[in-house]
Write a protein that binds this ligand. Structure first.
Ligand code: KDO
Length: 342
């Protein structure tokens, strides 16, 4: 799938590129990102709600490029999954219909099986370790596999937060056995459903945009998300409990399509990379700060906050993953290397 043309051969001067674009348009193809009034269009699609940090962060991306490359880019931000539905972004990027998105480890694991190591509960310890993993050699190896197999390139790692359980009715949850029969909404892929089942629940697939109504009407008993997303999507209005399982230190990779990347000049590429770094940093700082303050907010909203037997959850979830087919795709020694990152 990867374009084998060396980058320097792809840096066509602007008039020639425009000519090619016209030719491509005439053929009905969209091999290169569109130009609007001479600007390179960068379309972004995300299921994030406007008030969540990983939605707001895209304004940082846009502002950063407006400053560093005035008049060169038109950044189009599409929130609430209005452009592509949740999980459809990587295929849209590979087809050339989308330039940027945030991909989860779950989106990537479908194409890069070893990446499923980052879908495993209790694998990554905290946001600091997460950043070190993806900025170090493990990240470099993994991102190369992503670029080769998916035709997209991760530019920076945003911390989505640490996922917690959020239940419609109060329940005593100490161990995974206490979640038996609980209809726990998970995003709609088998990798996500496996995580829900590993937690002991009955995992039910549903798109993020349908979760509020599902909780309100009772078609689901609960959902899992990081606390800032529980606030931003207002799930606290339709739930009564937060169980601090802290089962996944979740990542979102700010990713660009290889087609879009190859169409940039080297200077533009640097600016896009710098903008992506600033974008992730804005998200990470704000989200970590908010995450540490939110429990008080939820208590004031009338939610019960409880802490389960974390050892029991760690043991059960880790065992499920170790014995799974997912673990068979993890290169020997990878888990030990991840654990050694401090
Ligand atoms: C969700 O659907 O629970 C999830 O948290 C999964 C993430 O990978 C990501 O898609 C996120 O939703 C959306 O960006 C909405 O916050």
């Amino acid at each position: 799938m990867q374009d084998k043309t060396p980058f320097h051969d792809q840096q066509l001067p602007s008039p020639k590129r425009r000519h090619l674009l016209l030719a491509a348009a005439a053929l009905g193809a969209s091999a290169l990102p569109a130009l609007a009034q001479g600007k390179t269009v960068l379309r972004i699609s995300t299921p994030a709600v406007p008030d969540d940090w990983h939605a707001k962060m895209w304004t940082v991306f846009k502002d950063s490029l407006e400053k560093s490359a005035p008049g060169e880019f038109e950044v189009q931000i599409n929130l609430n999954a209005t452009l592509f539905k949740q999980g459809a972004e990587s295929a849209a990027m590979a087809r050339g219909n989308l330039e940027l998105a945030t991909l989860s480890a779950f989106d990537i694991a479908k194409f890069v099986p070893e990446f499923s190591v980052f879908t495993a509960g209790y694998m990554v310890r905290d946001p600091a370790q997460q950043q070190k993993i993806f900025q170090g050699p493990i990240g470099a190896e993994m991102f190369k596999a992503v670029a080769d197999k998916m035709d997209v390139t991760p530019l920076a790692t945003a911390y989505l937060g640490t996922r917690q359980l959020n239940l419609r009715e109060v329940r005593s949850v100490k161990t995974p056995a206490d979640l038996k029969g609980v209809k726990l909404r998970m995003p709609g892929s088998k990798e996500w459903l496996f995580l829900g089942e590993a937690l002991g629940a009955t995992a039910t697939p549903l798109a993020f945009g349908e979760v509020y109504l599902g909780l309100k009407t009772g078609t689901i008993d609960g959902q899992d998300n990081p606390l800032p997303s529980v606030r931003a999507a207002k799930f606290y209005e339709v739930t009564k409990q937060i169980v601090l399982t802290s089962h996944l230190v979740d990542s979102l990779f700010i990713t660009i399509s290889n087609k879009a990347l190859a169409a940039l000049t080297p200077a533009q590429r640097q600016k896009v990379m710098a903008a992506a770094q600033a974008t992730a940093q804005y998200n990470n700082e704000n989200r970590i700060k908010e995450e540490s303050q939110l429990l008080e907010f939820f208590r004031k909203e009338g939610l019960q906050v409880s802490t389960p037997d974390l050892d029991a959850f760690h043991k059960a979830v880790q065992q499920r993953y170790q014995n799974s087919d997912y673990a068979k795709a993890w290169p020997a020694g990878l888990v030990e290397r991840i654990n050694a990152v401090r």
